[in-house]
Design a protein around this ligand. Structure first.
Ligand code: CTP
Length: 397
């Protein structure tokens, strides 16, 4: 999985810097091309000569070469790399990365990095446990960086605890798994519906629901990150998408969503129907704003098409179709009924009774029920992590 991959290996001032040499060899042995960027403190622990001999490339450390003024472009490195790994990462480097303190070549390279970044912390147990380090790591995670947790063991300080950098072979295994995941859905086309629908009443009013679209957008991102071509049919939401493999089709009403989804589905390998489609729409649209006259106003509503059921009817045996069920009561029973009625392969159940699940929030707590009768419960997680679980189930089918 690492053959031909371009990896920037950032080395910082920790006693674990000697392990960077082993790491470097392990990456190169698997066919990766490695470019070292080392901090000034890193050079106190391992010499650039050692690392340069291993990578057969000059080690980058300063912004300029002292003798001729050549500028080292961190921007070019950011564009060149398929992945950046910082191992070992000290508390100081982690703090600077989290707060954008660009005072050395490694941090400027990190800030310019277009590729995913993996961080393997190495430090004393108390430094690692300190709330400042932990909040910096949380911040880095929230920016989309991956943390390779340190292990517990004997530390350079003679103390024992959590802070030992993960072993080079285990780090390499994490990177291999990452690249393997990235191709799991390659050549697959996936339809995702997301967000609410707006059902117009008059020029200034509509009927809708509280869906933010976050779950559907997280699913689109995860599918794209695993190599799929994603067609994201979205109702009106305040979210942006920037993954090049996501084609976004914005719609407003359930009818528009049905048209877009129905047209796309025959060419898809799978569909994940995450949208909170309005089940009813006003029977008529008033061209003029409906005026208040103090009387009771009765709205006549007519049913919207059931997009999931329509796609379920069209589904071929080489396609997988998944839906969501947001329930307030009799959750499992209702979800199973929906699964059967809409001819889904699996259904993701979230209950409004679970705190942190459902509309507007960044987290979700789900159970997945499959047509084969399996039920798996997952703990409360960030919606991106929930999306990873859902895509794992999709892959298993
Ligand atoms: N769905 C759909 N079209 C609709 C209604 C729902 O495609 N008109 C899809 C949703 O995207 C979801 C699944 O069907 O994947 C279940 O949605 P939900 O609103 O929970 O179910 P409904 O069938 O609308 O049933 P109810 O609202 O009565 O619970």
């Amino acid at each position: 999985m690492l053959n031909g991959k371009k990896i920037v290996l950032g080395v910082t001032g920790s006693i674990a810097a000697y392990k960077a040499a082993f790491l470097c060899r392990a990456l190169i042995k698997r066919g990766a091309e490695v470019q070292i960027v080392i901090t000034p403190a890193g050079k106190e622990f391992i010499t650039p000569a050692t690392l340069s001999a291993l990578t057969q490339k000059p080690v980058v450390s300063e912004f300029f070469t002292a003798n001729d003024g050549t500028w080292h472009s961190h921007v070019d490195l950011g564009l060149w790399a398929d992945l950046m790994l910082i191992a070992p990462a000290t508390a100081s480097t982690i703090g600077k990365m989290a707060n954008g303190i660009a005072d050395n070549m490694l941090i400027t390279t990190y800030l310019s990095m277009k590729a995913p970044v993996f961080i393997a912390p190495a430090m004393d147990l108390d430094m690692y446990a300190h709330p400042s380090t932990q909040s910096n790591l949380e911040k880095l995670k929230s920016y989309g960086n991956y943390i390779i947790e340190p292990t517990t063991g004997f530390l350079a300080s003679s103390l024992e605890g959590k802070g030992r950098m993960e072993e080079p072979d285990a780090i390499v295994a994490v990177l291999e798994a990452y690249f393997e995941k990235k191709t799991q859905l390659s050549k697959k086309k996936i339809l995702i519906t997301a967000g609410p629908t707006y059902e117009k009443l008059d020029p200034v009013r509509y009927i809708s629901n509280y869906s933010s679209g976050k779950m559907g957008f997280a699913l689109a991102e995860v599918c794209a990150e695993r190599g799929a071509e994603v067609f994201l049919v979205s109702g009106p939401v305040q979210l942006t998408t920037n993954h090049p493999a996501i084609k976004r089709i914005d719609v407003e009403s359930a009818e528009e969503m049905r048209q877009a989804a129905t047209e796309l589905f025959p060419n898809m390998d799978a569909g994940i129907l995450c949208a909170a489609v309005a089940d009813y729409k006003p029977a008529g649209f008033s061209e003029k704003k409906i005026k208040r006259n103090g009387e009771i106003l009765n709205l006549e509503l007519v049913p919207n098409p059931d997009i999931a059921a329509g796609l379920g009817k069209m589904k071929r045996c080489d396609q997988v179709l998944a839906g969501f069920a947001l329930e307030t009561d009799n959750a499992v029973e209702n979800a199973l009924q929906k699964l059967q009625k809409k001819n889904l392969d699996f259904i993701v159940l979230n209950s409004l009774q679970d705190e942190g699940a459902g509309f507007q929030v960044d987290t979700n707590k789900i159970s997945i029920l499959t047509a084969k009768g399996e039920k798996t419960d997952f703990p409360l997680k960030q919606k991106k992590a929930v999306a990873e679980d859902i895509v794992d189930v999709l892959l298993s089918l």
